[in-house]
Design a protein around this ligand. Structure first.
Ligand code: GRF
Length: 193
């Protein structure tokens, strides 16, 4: 059984989808911990599912590296086989990536390598593209630059706002993420740097 830790910063709707998927006895992975870099709304999902959670507030640390070390120590307490970033709005320091790579994956609301970074949805809208997408990638030292594990195109509709487009992207992200975690757990998908 693959053990998974999920890191969030926001509402955690993708986390919730994973928690619900992992509730099924035939799902080959289980969520063992949820962490956040702030007092994230999504931590409530961990409580709903009685999953241990922790907060390592970014603002309490002198540097990204110091924060990363503290975050890595909390993750180590749960010894996860896989770390999933799902809405974590912080770049992990290279020192933390090195501790877990390539067993860290991330969901991104764009068709990478298009529109990397913290505002993928906003950037796609601003670019006026007819379609964007959702991607699941391996986390490396760059910004959304790791190997792509799964992705799918999503049309941009007339009148879309950042919110309406993002809410249409998230269900696709959730489906891709659950499928990628399942494939990693069954060995169908090997993680490489
Ligand atoms: C997701 O689209 C994720 O890819 C992006 O932020 C969003 C988080 O949504 N980094 P939620 O917190 O899972 O609802």
């Amino acid at each position: 059984m693959l053990t998974v830790a999920v890191l969030i910063s926001g509402t955690g709707s993708n986390l919730r989808a994973l928690l619900e998927a992992a509730r099924h006895p035939d799902f080959p992975a289980r969520i063992v911990a949820v962490g956040a870099d702030r007092d994230a709304e999504g931590l409530a999902h961990a409580a709903d599912f009685s999953i241990p959670s922790f907060t390592v507030p970014y603002r309490s640390f002198e540097s990204r590296d110091a924060w990363g070390e503290a975050l890595g120590d909390r993750l180590d307490e749960h010894r996860p086989d896989l770390v999933v970033l799902s809405g974590l709005m912080r770049l992990l320091p290279a020192s933390l990536v090195a501790r877990y790579a390539p067993r860290i994956i991330n969901t991104h609301p764009a068709y990478l390598p298009e529109f990397p970074g913290a505002h993928g949805v906003r950037d796609a809208l601003a670019a006026g593209v007819a379609q964007t997408g959702a991607s699941v990638i391996v986390v490396d030292d760059g910004v959304d630059s790791g190997p792509i594990l799964a992705q799918e195109r999503i049309p941009v509709q007339q009148g879309d706002t950042e919110e309406t487009l993002h809410e249409r992207i998230k269900p696709v992200e959730r489906r891709l993420l659950i499928d990628v975690v399942r494939r990693i757990a069954t060995g169908d998908l090997a993680l490489t740097h």
